[in-house]
Design a binder for this molecule. Structure first.
Ligand code: UDP
Length: 196
């Protein structure tokens, strides 16, 4: 699709419906680990100085603008602006779609219990959604190997990684060849919102 360059980061110029279809296409694909990122303005600024981050974003498979900060503010203000937040909404819409399929999801990130609670809440919100595993985002290098092993045994179609940006982008990029999933999305602090 058409790309729009914002201060060095190429964003896909697509509608929400198209973005959902692209993600579902990745999940149905035979190829591994399509990377999806939803940078916010802060990350775009960091990417201007950190060329590795800019390259990761520009070599990923789908980049849509995020506004998780807006989701959080809207949550506090109970403002209908929530609808306009692309990154968080994209994940919610994908959950809705795949809850009617056999596609599976793994949550990695957030404080202890947060990913678990987020998974519980999402399975309640989207009956049929198959979240097959969770792990918090505070782990050592040793534990990391065990987590990757667990993910690879479970073979989730979709891996959501919420380690905060840009750590999750770096982490996914560095581990992309080891991870057995069809697609991954860097979700920032989304598990905190989902668990609330
Ligand atoms: N986080 C994590 N491991 C870390 C650091 C952060 O799992 O080592 C999680 C943290 O618990 C929170 C998210 O990453 O859920 C970061 O949220 P924030 O809103 O700060 O990130 P952003 O959405 O701006 O990327």
């Amino acid at each position: 699709s058409k790309k729009i360059n914002i201060l060095g980061v190429n964003f896909n110029h697509i509608t929400m419906e198209q973005a959902i279809d692209i993600v579902i296409g990745f999940l149905n694909s035979k190829e591994k680990l399509h990377m999806i990122f939803t940078p916010n303005p802060e990350i775009v600024m960091i990417a201007q100085k950190e060329i590795k981050l800019q390259e990761i974003l520009n070599h990923s498979d789908l980049v849509v603008p995020d506004g998780i900060g807006i989701v959080k503010a809207a949550k506090i203000l109970k403002d209908p602006l929530t609808e306009r937040v692309a990154g968080y909404d994209l994940v919610q819409n994908v959950f809705e779609k795949i809850s009617k399929t056999n596609h599976t999801v793994y949550f990695l990130g957030g404080a202890k219990e947060v990913a678990d609670q987020a998974a519980k809440n999402m399975q309640e919100k989207y009956p049929g959604l198959k979240i097959i595993g969770c792990h918090d985002g505070y782990f050592s290098k040793n534990e990391e190997m065990t987590i990757i092993q667990e993910i690879n045994e479970l073979k989730p179609d979709l891996l959501l990684v919420g380690l905060g940006a840009p750590r999750q982008e770096m982490w996914l990029y560095d581990n992309r060849k080891k991870l057995n999933a069809k697609a991954c999305i860097g979700v920032g602090g989304s598990f905190d919102v989902m668990s609330g």
